[in-house]
Ligand binder design. Structure first.
Ligand code: ADP
Ligand code: MG
Length: 704
């Protein structure tokens, strides 16, 4: 075949027989533009169509291929109009049933014609039926071709049938060289991985992998794909994960080429700060701080992730890091994802830093008018040494006079794209500040190795001494009365409680309304208890006041939406009720629960679920009862919900894989890490093509 020397990503899909403009459009809609795309469009599952079975031998629930003569075709009227055909072979009858059908379909199933059908057998109105089978009319003297491989079922779009997709996939497969042979220069589908990697990690060649995935041998298990056991899939996952990792490494090494200010290692400010602190650092905090201080002393920008379970004391570590920059006359920006959390930081940092003579500033989207103008001016002339705020810190009009360190709290909510955009923005001002990102949601190792591969990692692996694990109970909404009693008795002995309302809709208005209603109900039901309410739509000032009153013990029960998830610190609160916990992710529940158990009394968390609770729901909630360990919970969350959900759908970005699945392919990550080191050292020329092949849509980030 003389097409061998053509690169398949350059061959338009319209080159294939039967692909005109209409079909091209449909293929484009599912991301297929050229022959390479088509080959990388992988099946969802397989079916075995190697055998035609006798109609008399089949039973309900099986997926079968049959062939026979059409004996009748008519339209049935009833609750739903349907097209019904009866098909017979020499062993019995079966009914085909279609609820959506065209006239053409009706005439193709003419009495007397031979049809080959494939579908699932169900018990229907007239005995055994095939619902919406795939079928084909077999012409008189046509050979009965039996498939010699499993049949691939592809993801598709409306108006593009499986048979059509399979036939064009077959044409594309025919472009591959008969034998995988890297000696063919410019082979049609370029093998990017060097032999060394293929051998070391016992991978299939790309061409073999593609062929195996599209046309697996008959003896392969039908569950090959779903169970992640296909060696072809394995090879492609490996290559994809490698491409991602190299892309992340590229970000990192690009950053390391840039100059950054060096900060000396034990400024007097740090000594003063530690002296005033009412506690000593834990070993975990000390270790993390030391790693950060070493980074800050280097002349290239730090890119470090600080992980620590909720309550492990990351804020103090952030403060220590900030002092290094401030001591050298540089500015620090601390960004939090919500107003409330940013305000908490502001309170902390003012309390810690103002006695040291440090000028602490505040900027949020709601800072307006003169206050804003003044704040911006003091940021621009570097009078403001530490600026606390929300996303507003990195709007275009905010110009920093001498930014040396960016600290991002709750990194999890920002996602990869924002992180990269932020870096880009920081670079625009010809500043290369150091970056510390902190996450309260521990990141499972697999995610840390993929989504965060561009960051160095510090982990605070212990909680401050004296913390008592929170006791968690799972209680049905039918027993709400008991929960009320628990609240009453807790408040009687001067403890405080949270009542958290959740709603599945991502609708803030509804969420806040629900909280308002609940607060009213609880106020009536618990007349002796002082009930307060806090939610996201209240004015910042109102929120601060409510939190203040709760902190001082003036309010005993605080009804809240999930706004209290992060950052709120009231050690006297020892009971938390979470309504409809089944609607939240485990990591979020863990965050919420972390608001209690901060003091010296035993704390309790009640997960008040709505009946009926699904089996999966029960399973998830019991993880919360079993464990107080954020890392364990995060792993479970990933296992039960998958990375898209865990990272947040809008944040997946670079994390949306075509083939790989980091839960399923977790065991590949160490090998991929290994392989990426080899590539960086010996085969840098394949980095660009790999990124191009797998991340073309996001590739502009590679150039920041
Ligand atoms: P997180 O890691 O969840 O952000 P914080 O920084 O908010 O945790 O700290 C939680 C609480 O623990 C705060 O009240 C903080 O003052 C306190 N804390 C931090 N470090 C220590 C320590 N080494 N010993 C005692 N308490 C500490
Ligand atoms: Mg925190």
């Amino acid at each position: 075949m003389n097409t061998v020397s053509q690169q398949l990503d350059k061959v338009p899909i319209t080159r294939l027989k039967g692909v005109g403009p209409a079909l091209e459009k449909k293929l484009n809609a599912i991301g297929i533009h050229n022959l390479q795309d088509l080959l990388f469009h992988l099946p969802l599952r397989y079916e075995d169509r190697s055998r035609v079975v006798a109609i008399g031998s089949i039973s309900a629930g099986e997926t079968v291929q049959i062939q026979g003569e059409v004996r009748s075709t008519d339209i049935q009227f009833g609750r739903r109009r349907s097209l019904r055909s009866t098909v017979r072979d020499n062993s019995g009858f079966i009914t085909l049933r279609f609820f959506h059908f065209s006239n053409a379909q009706k005439s193709s199933l003419a009495v007397g014609s031979q049809v080959r059908c494939y579908g699932e057998v169900r018990r229907g109105r007239s005995g055994l039926e095939l619902f919406h089978p795939e079928y084909r009319v077999v012409r008189d003297n046509e050979d009965i071709v039996v498939e010699d491989s499993l049949t691939a079922i592809y993801p598709t779009t409306e108006g593009l049938g499986q048979a059509r997709l399979r036939s064009i996939a077959n044409q594309a497969l025919a472009f591959l060289p008969a034998i995988a042979d890297d000696s063919i220069i410019g082979s049609a589908l370029q093998e990017l991985l060097p032999d060394e990697l293929i051998e070391k990690f016992t991978l299939h060649s790309l061409v073999d992998a593609i062929r195996l995935i599209h046309r697996p041998p008959l003896e392969a298990p039908l569950s090959w794909l779903s169970e992640g056991k296909s060696p072809g899939q394995h090879r492609l996952s490996f290559e994809e994960l490698l491409a991602h990792r190299l892309c992340m490494r590229r970000f990192k090494s690009d950053a390391q080429q840039q100059p950054a200010p060096k900060f000396g290692d034990s400024p007097a400010l740090v000594t003063d700060f530690l002296k005033a602190l009412p506690f000593t650092l834990t070993n975990g905090q000390r270790r993390a701080y030391k790693e950060i201080a070493e980074d800050l002393a280097r002349a290239c920008p730090m890119l470090r992730l600080l992980q620590g379970d909720v309550g492990s004391g990351k804020t103090v570590v952030a403060a220590l890091s900030a002092l290094h920059a401030i001591a050298e006359g540089y500015q620090v920006a601390i960004m939090a994802p919500t107003e409330l959390l940013a305000e908490q930081h502001l309170t902390n940092f003012c309390q810690w830093f103002e006695p040291l003579g440090i000028n602490v500033g505040w900027l949020s989207g709601k800072t307006k008018g003169k206050a804003r103008t003044l704040q911006l001016a003091s940021v621009a002339n570097a009078d403001c040494q530490l600026l606390v705020g929300t996303h507003a810190l990195f709007q275009d009009e905010v110009i920093y006079g001498k930014l040396g360190l960016i600290i991002i709290d709750e990194q999890h909510r920002f996602g990869v794209h924002q992180r990269l955009a932020l870096r880009e923005k920081a670079n625009q001002h010809a500043l290369n500040p150091h970056q510390l990102v902190m996450t309260a949601t521990p990141i499972p190792r697999t995610l840390a190795m993929s989504a965060y591969a561009d960051l160095d990692n510090s982990i605070i692996d212990e909680l401050p001494p004296g913390r008592i694990p929170v006791n968690t109970a799972i209680i049905s909404n039918d027993r709400r009365d008991q929960v009320m009693q628990r609240i009453e008795s807790a408040c009687k002995v001067n403890n405080q409680a949270y009542w958290v309302c959740t709603l599945i809709e991502e609708n803030e208005v509804l969420q806040c309304q629900a909280a308002e209603v609940t607060a009213e109900q609880l106020t009536t039901q618990l007349p002796d208890i002082r009930v307060g309410l806090i939610h996201g739509r209240m004015k910042p000032q109102e929120k601060v006041e409510i939190m203040q009153r709760f902190k001082q013990g003036d309010l005993q029960l605080l009804v809240a939406t999930t706004v209290i998830e992060v950052g709120v610190d009231v050690p006297n609160a020892s009971l938390m009720v979470i309504e409809n916990p089944e609607r939240l992710g485990l990591a979020q529940l863990h965050q919420l629960r972390g608001r209690v158990g901060r003091g010296s009394t035993h704390s309790h968390c009640i997960l008040l679920y709505q009946t009926p609770l699904s089996k999966a729901g029960k399973q998830r909630l019991s993880v919360m009862r079993e464990s107080n360990d954020g890392f364990y919970i995060a792993e479970k969350d990933l296992e039960l919900r998958g990375p898209g959900q865990v990272l947040g759908t809008q944040q997946t970005g670079l994390m949306s894989f075509k083939v790989a699945d980091i839960s399923r392919d977790a065991d590949l990550l160490d090998q991929v890490k290994n392989a990426s080191e080899i590539v960086l050292e010996k085969y840098p020329e394949i980095i660009d093509p790999l990124i191009q092949r797998w991340l073309a849509d996001n590739v502009h980030y590679a150039n920041v």
